[in-house]
Design a protein around this ligand. Structure first.
Ligand SMILES: Cc1cc2nc3c(=O)[nH]c(=O)nc-3n(C[C@H](O)[C@H](O)[C@H](O)COP(=O)(O)O)c2cc1C
Length: 373
């Protein structure tokens, strides 16, 4: 019996398997509103059969977007646009597929060009905006952010709550706080980006204060039966930054604040690092956090082989695995993983004739099996 394809229950939600579509920014929204691109993307990913589909990092306020194309949930139009898309995606997804919303604030990494426009800080003439962070310390040569005031923090905390409220109203079963990849909540947490002299800087307790205030405020409005989790960093890959012990302390505090799971990612806080991104390179953080805190964890990062994913779950290193690039490359990955692991997977009847077990050509379609030319 495949463990990857075994069900799991978190809070009051049953997930049909342990495969998660990782959140992936599309940089394609119109003032935060989803459009036809998101429609096709989420319909395709929903049909994958993953137990949970995480929607991309979604800004809780307009200046909290990374680029002009980032998705948001800060207006009624954003909410209405996403409502149409989520309903359509649910209609073509296997029964029981759960949907998650990752709510985020870009902090000092906002006001950026889309990756395919260069990914640098927006220049004059490109409608740049003022960014805020824990401290006035820029990310590399990007805009110098303004140190967040008490009013900024109160506004942003309320914006997280409002966006979570909109996600709940839309029917998302999972709400996830983005506390990783060098964005605002991570900037408060890491000593490398937080040099504040007030109650929100200095000791680990102080640096965790703002992320935890946000987490508690959101927890207050997420109904018990829904799932509330966070993506955090397992390491900053830099001396003096967050390491596994610091990450586990933060995860433990999030657990005490009532969160149901942690997704362990890493990096994104310090520019220009060489990260040893080999298969499963972040799994040890999910495992370490699970072992130290007992909270359910999700592993992510260079997980592409179904047997590798199976082993992570079977060994108890994580409770779920998320794939990002592997699912862009092949949105039918879960179907093939089921085949490789001898598990059952519901394939839409319209597509059954092209499903590998029913189509002898499937073997030829795989590059590894191509006869030499
Ligand atoms: C196109 C793209 C967009 C991404 N956007 C997000 C995002 O919105 N939120 C997030 O937490 N991570 C984001 N990530 C990181 C992925 O969720 C994932 O953690 C990372 O790609 C490693 O997993 P992989 O090796 O399976 O791709 C993004 C990655 C890609 C490739």
């Amino acid at each position: 019996m495949s463990k990857l394809f075994s069900p799991i229950r978190l809070a009051g939600q049953d997930f049909s398997n342990r495969i998660v579509v990782a959140p992936m920014c599309q940089y394609s929204a119109d003032d935060g509103s989803a459009n036809e691109w998101h429609l096709q993307n989420l319909m395709t990913l929903g049909m994958s059969g993953a137990g949970l589909v995480m929607v991309e990092a979604t800004a809780v306020e307009r200046p909290g977007r990374i680029t002009h194309g980032c998705l948001g949930l800060y207006s009624d139009s954003n909410e209405a646009a996403l409502d149409r898309i989520l309903k359509a995606a649910r209609r073509v997804s296997p029964t029981g597929t759960k949907w998650g919303m990752q709510i985020a604030h870009s902090g000092r990494k906002g006001s950026q060009q889309r990756p395919w426009e260069g990914g640098a800080a927006l220049r004059a003439g490109e409608d740049p905006w003022e960014t805020v962070s824990a401290s006035a310390l820029p990310f590399g040569d990007w805009h110098v952010p303004r140190e967040a005031t008490d009013d900024d923090m109160a506004r942003i905390r309320d914006a997280f709550v409002a966006a979570a409220g909109r996600a709940i109203a839309l029917g998302f079963e999972v709400v996830e706080l983005h506390c990783a990849h060098g964005y605002l909540l991570h900037e408060f947490l890491s000593p490398l980006s937080n040099a504040r002299g007030d109650d929100y800087g200095g000791s680990a307790k102080n640096r965790m204060r703002f992320p935890l205030e946000v987490a508690r405020a959101v927890r207050d409005i997420v109904p018990e039966e829904l799932v509330f989790g966070a993506r955090i960093t397992g390491t900053d890959w830099h001396e003096g930054g967050i390491d596994l012990e610091a990450a586990a302390t933060f995860a433990g505090a999030l657990k005490a604040a009532g969160l149901d799971y942690i997704c362990a990612s890493s990096g994104g806080l310090v520019p220009g690092l060489k990260i040893p991104a080999r298969p499963g390179y972040q799994v040890s953080y999910a495992a370490g956090i699970k072992e130290r805190t007992g909270i359910a964890t999700r592993a992510v990062g260079m997980i592409a082989d179904p047997h590798q994913a199976e082993e992570i779950i079977a060994a108890g290193q994580a409770d779920m695995v998320a794939l990002a690039r592997g699912l862009i490359d092949n949105p039918r990955w879960p179907w093939h993983a089921a085949e490789a692991l001898g598990a059952e997977m519901t394939v839409p009847p319209q597509y059954l004739r092209g499903h590998a077990p029913n189509w002898p050509g499937a073997k030829l379609a795989r590059p590894a099996n191509r006869p030499p030319t």
